[in-house]
Unconditional design. Structure first.
Length: 232
């Protein structure tokens, strides 16, 4: 896909990763629609990028989420792609995580991205793309080899049950969506990025993350992601 001129929605644009992705896409000539939770940061980002369409939304309002794709398609007079970078971290032993917090993690990390892509699927162009970040943690299990060649252990996973479940739910959903949109040649990208140096886990909504290695370079990951899109 030619990124220059492509009409792309970035949902989660006021987060660190979403903001980096929006700026990198703009540098490559994409026409953007921006959506994010923080109104002040969203206005500043839109101003810095020359005034693309921008809309605030709440991840817990799934109707708002599903409306983003149709809004972006109208605002841009077409839609070739969607990036969803929304997410929240939360940790703790299963008995210490409240049902309310578990539900919140599932909503932000799974139901929100699902709703965004559900709403965008009918309006994204054939041969376009839908992308969400699931990350690495949900693909690790005790005894499995990880991306860095290390074996996952029970200690590695302790305290991540609800976070892992939310990300795994999204990943499974994306796999089915891939098959459903195959007749239209719409690429569904499940980005299993490693932990990045965005401070994401330090902003945990509950508990503390397990011991983790230093995060990978977020900007390098963003440019790699854009290279993957360009190769579609």
């Amino acid at each position: 896909m030619e990124i220059s001129g492509a009409r792309i929605l970035v949902a989660g644009a006021t987060g660190v990763l979403g903001g980096l992705a929006a700026c990198a896409l703009a540098e490559r000539g994409a026409q953007l629609a921006l959506a994010g939770r923080n109104q002040v940061r969203l206005a500043a980002l839109a101003r810095d990028l020359g005034g693309p369409p921008a809309r605030c939304f709440e991840a817990c309002d799934l109707d708002q989420c599903s409306g983003l794709g149709p809004w972006a398609e109208r605002a841009l007079s077409g839609l070739e792609g969607v990036l969803v970078t929304v997410g929240a971290a939360g940790f703790g032993a299963v008995e210490n995580v409240s049902n309310a917090m578990a539900g919140h993690l599932l909503t932000v990390n799974a139901l929100c991205p699902m709703a965004v892509l559900r709403g965008a699927a009918p309006v994204v162009a054939d041969k376009g793309f839908l992308l969400a970040i699931t990350g690495e943690v949900n693909h690790r299990a005790a005894g499995e080899e990880t991306a860095d060649g290390l074996a996952g252990t029970a200690d590695d996973l302790a305290g991540t049950a609800d976070y892992t479940a939310s990300k795994a739910a999204l990943s499974g959903w994306l796999g089915v969506l891939t098959e459903e949109l195959a007749p239209r040649s719409v690429a569904v990208l499940d980005i299993r990025a490693p932990r990045l140096d965005t401070g994401f886990t330090e902003r945990s909504l509950t508990g503390r993350p397990p011991a983790l290695p230093p995060g990978a370079d977020a900007m390098k990951t963003v440019h790699s992601l854009l290279d993957d899109i360009a190769s579609l």
